[in-house]
Design a protein around this ligand. Structure first.
Ligand code: OMP
Length: 279
């Protein structure tokens, strides 16, 4: 059976479960504050708690691969299990791996995250286009085949990003705009939403670029990095309805209590709904 495209599945998940992505970022400091050891057993317990509390409720879970990779193969095994269990509970899994390389190597990353037969197969993956948008072609093609999605960095939430992303490209456009225009071309004609998303930080004040890519806009930076759901209309303007806000530490700090995690996620989703309907 052909998988329904990611954009359509995401739109439905956001409508039914609420417009929120919760990041699974097992920082050493969070493991400690949850009363866990900073080891594989702690990682496993932390991840299982988040998945059990939230995978049946939130639209998207976004594990940050680095926090699992730092434990080597046993950390990756925890990540594989989390992806499988979160998807089985109905959450879409966005693997935050931020991969980017020459096209031939990008093919191997695509096989890792976007091929149905891979143990790390996810609903979507984050990638960097700053080796040239065309270097992402293997990932874009693999996503189309498996009905998965690709989130491409455009304007990241960190202040250092601007020196690259707002630099002027050869044709006079800001580099981020050039990338967004490539994304819009990939999503042309898709309904209700394309499967190529952009990453645009919620911390930016006013994005200052044209965000009409007909695809989802992942907005990290809410919570620990200082942005709030109320900032979203100012950053995204008319595109705010396609925004998928992402929160990691702002939710995770309410663990290990499952009810605390759920309440925090619900509160953020409610605040996002209110901000979007006012915006
Ligand atoms: O792609 C991302 O998710 C991402 C892009 C970006 O521009 N900024 C950003 O913070 N992120 C990720 O989003 C998460 C933010 O975590 P918190 O600041 O704890 O909510 C981290 O996993 C970051 O790696």
């Amino acid at each position: 059976m052909t998988q329904e495209p990611f954009g359509a599945r995401l739109r439905r998940a956001m409508d039914t479960r609420g417009p929120l992505c919760v990041g699974i970022d097992p920082h050493a400091s969070l493991l400690t504050s949850w009363g866990l050891n900073d080891d594989v057993a702690g990682l496993e317990r932390f991840t299982r708690t988040v998945v059990e509390a939230l995978a049946g409720r939130v639209a998207v879970l976004k594990p940050q691969s680095a926090f699992f990779e730092r434990f080597g193969s046993r950390g990756i095994a925890v990540l594989e299990k989390a992806v499988e269990e979160a998807r089985a509970a109905g959450a879409l899994v966005l693997m935050d791996a931020k991969r980017g390389d020459i096209g031939s190597t990008m093919g191997a990353y695509a096989a890792t995250y976007l091929d149905k037969d891979s143990p790390l197969f996810s609903d979507a993956v984050t990638v960097s286009p700053y080796l040239g948008f065309g270097s992402l072609r293997p990932a874009l093609d693999a996503a189309e085949i498996s009905g998965s999605g690709v989130f491409v960095l455009a304007l990241t939430s960190n202040p250092e990003g601007a020196e690259v992303q707002r630099a002027t490209a050869a044709d006079g456009r800001p580099l981020a705009q050039l990338m967004l225009d490539h994304m819009a071309a990939e999503n042309e004609g898709a309904t209700p939403l394309g499967s190529v998303g952009a990453v645009v930080g919620a911390t930016l004040g006013d994005a200052g670029v044209d965000l009409a890519i007909n695809g989802p806009l992942l907005a990290p930076g809410i919570g620990a990095q200082g942005a709030t759901p109320a900032d979203l209309p100012g950053v995204f303007g008319d595109a705010v309805r396609d925004v998928l806000p992402s929160v990691s530490r702002g939710v995770l700090r309410h663990g290990p209590d499952a009810a605390g995690l759920r309440e925090a996620a619900e509160r953020f989703a409610d605040e996002v709904r209110a901000a979007v309907s006012d915006g």
